[in-house]
Unconditional design. Structure first.
Length: 473
């Protein structure tokens, strides 16, 4: 793996020609928040240069920007980024740590502070910015990756670059929303943005990336320029022992790296199924990467990671699940640090519908049956210790007692709730309501109230049926 980028030269360039790379939007000055990131992937380190053009599209006056550095959660001074039960799978070669080194912050600000404990970089602006105003901030940083099968790091098959960059926290009611990094559930929470990302592909590696990719070669090394719009986060997977398969399906460029080309067929079926049920797929690319992974899979902006040890229908289920997240996570966001059930429950129910609609009702039934069985066992245990879970779905990730609790509420109970809604208001009404929810909240972060409102617009008072299942934090 040779180094080709010289970040300091790039830095001088981006500082002297501030808007040169603002290709995420049609104009030279972006009218929506845009990240331009350059990565030099070397053997020991990844050197990164990043420009963020933030556009205030809210009615709030903003005096600062807050960036969450998820990569910092893997530092040796931090608790492990997994729960104790996952440790052996997450670190098969022994516990390993990463390092995020901030070399500098440049641009239109008064001061900045990197709080190691919270992983948050706060950039105090020279002047508060109002709606329609924009500001540009540049970062230079180095990444040393942990050896792990978690979301971020390297292992014997390749590299997972997710949550690797300082990412703006989501703005909720004018406040930057963040919480401590959680080993339970999905710790990433952000607003959608546009991305232009350039990276080199180490020799003999295949890649999967968010966005539309253009390849070029310089001095024998392959470079990728990826461009994505309105995605919730940007991810790259590099794999040393995978085949790459591609297909174009109804205008969507599908790419897959792994050893199970059926994934491409499942992806086509999933795009068709969800597109018909909820509304057109929001992006023009979809990447899937099989990797060693501590869980079944994980969703990112127009990219899904699948645990490569899965086979058969279980593999298909995870592919269908992670693709459903492109509707319920990437396009329609929700606060997964607080109401993880909102996207996971809908995604699980969508996966159930995937099997119903693609001719495998038996598997759909078995998914429901498993959810009922596991959830009722869980309820029995909770009741027996005097901690019933009636009315509980929401809750901050960091306050949840463990994965067992998280999975049973966030996935099983929430899926059962959506099946209950289907049986109560009728499948056609529910699908219409969910399509309305999708259309109304595409590229936004939908609150639980937004979800209720969308559903009630199609079927008055339907959300009242959900209230006793849910308690929001
Ligand atoms: Zn999920």
């Amino acid at each position: 793996m040779k180094k080709k980028f010289v970040p300091i030269i790039l830095l001088i360039f981006i500082l002297s020609v501030p808007m040169f790379a603002a290709t995420g939007c049609k104009r030279s000055t972006p009218d929506c928040t845009t990240y331009d990131i350059w990565l030099d992937i070397g053997e020991e380190k990844i050197e990164c240069t990043q420009s963020v053009y933030f556009v205030n599209d809210t009615d709030y006056l903003l005096a600062d920007l807050k960036f969450n550095v998820y990569a910092n959660a893997y530092d040796i001074k931090k608790p492990l980024a997994c729960v104790p039960q996952e440790e052996a799978n997450a670190y098969p070669e022994g516990v390993s740590y990463g390092k995020f080194e901030l070399e500098g912050v440049f641009g239109e600000y008064q001061k900045y502070e990197f709080d190691f404990d919270s992983n948050i970089i706060t950039v105090t602006l020279a002047d508060p910015i109002k709606k329609g105003d924009s500001v540009k901030v540049d970062f230079v940083y180095d990444l040393t990756l942990p050896h792990t099968t978690l979301r971020y790091g390297f292992n014997e098959c390749g590299i997972s670059l997710t949550g690797f960059y300082p990412q703006l926290c989501a703005l909720v009611d004018g406040e930057w929303y963040f919480d401590e990094f959680s080993a339970i559930g999905d710790p990433y929470f952000a607003d959608t943005a546009n991305y232009n990302v350039t990276f080199n592909v180490p020799e003999d590696c295949e890649y999967a990336s968010s966005g539309k990719c253009k390849e070029s070669t310089k001095d024998g090394e392959k470079f990728i320029s990826a461009k994505a719009e309105n995605i919730r986060d940007f991810a790259i997977v590099l794999s040393a022992d995978s085949q790459k398969y591609t297909a174009k399906h109804n205008g969507v460029q599908i790419s897959y790296i792994g050893e199970n080309p059926d994934a491409v067929e499942y992806a086509k079926k999933a795009l068709d199924t969800y597109g018909k049920l909820f509304g057109k797929y929001a992006y023009d690319t979809l990447a899937i990467a099989d990797m060693p992974f501590v869980a079944g899979g994980m969703e990112y902006g127009s990219l899904c990671v699948i645990n490569r040890s899965l086979t058969g229908a279980a593999y298909e289920e995870v592919v269908a699940h992670e693709i459903a997240h492109q509707w319920w996570y990437s396009a329609v966001g929700s606060n997964n640090l607080c109401d993880a059930w909102q996207d996971e429950g809908l995604t699980s129910y969508a996966t159930y519908l995937y099997f119903v609609n693609t001719g495998n009702a038996t598997y759909a039934d078995s998914m429901l049956c498993d959810a009922y069985t596991q959830f009722h066992k869980f309820c029995d245990i909770q009741n027996s210790v005097g901690e019933p879970v009636k009315g509980k779905l929401g809750g901050k990730l960091k306050d949840l007692p463990g994965n067992y609790y998280y999975v049973n509420l966030t996935y099983n109970k929430a899926m059962i709730m959506w099946k209950y809604m289907q049986d109560t208001i009728g499948k056609d009404n529910l699908i219409k309501a969910l399509a309305h929810y999708y259309g109304q909240n595409k590229f936004a972060v939908a609150s639980v109230r937004d979800m209720y409102d969308s559903i009630d617009e199609i079927y008055p008072n339907a959300s009242a049926l959900m209230q006793s299942w849910i308690s929001n934090c």
